[in-house]
Design a protein around this ligand. Sequence first.
Ligand code: FE
Length: 199
Amino acid sequence: MTAFPHSADRAPAPVRAEALEALLTERGLVNAAAIDGLINRFVNDVGPMNGAQVVAKAWVDPEYRERLLTDGTAAVGELGFSGPQGEHIVVVENDDTTHNVVVCTLCSCYPWPLLGLPPNWYKDPAYRARIVREPRVLLSEMGLDLGDDVDITVRDSSAENRYFVLPKRPDGTEDMSEEELAGLVTREAMVGVARVSAP
Ligand code: FE
């Protein structure tokens, strides 16, 4: 038995979501305009740039980094990032020998206020299965080759723990400002399928 079947006889997710929205609207349980507003906000106003600001601040401010690793939700809230799917943020730090990569094996839990809506590859059943089974191989296929001296920890996000990766600050960026540093940080690095590179 699987908790999240993807059998071929079921309609595709967008069709099912539309049917669900229509039903809930008809019953007066949700408001279509409110849903449009929410989607619009996460697609257009929120994006990985919020998370990049958090990372850059942690790189230049050791006390903020400490707070971020201790209580992620409170620390990102200091920068004004909160809201749906932003509860229970757990921040894990990557360095030269420790590498964290995030997945939601059950569905697609993701820190929306920091990274916007999850990309398709994150929701792909193949990513969700293989990153657990063979993380080193899959990361390599995604362009990240980690040596055997690097320990990989796969973090399974859920509604109780929504993981966010604090990537390593690249060497050679000592003279860069916080704003410039934020410009280097990618969504992929904050999920842990990439590292941040110096310009
Ligand atoms: Fe999930």
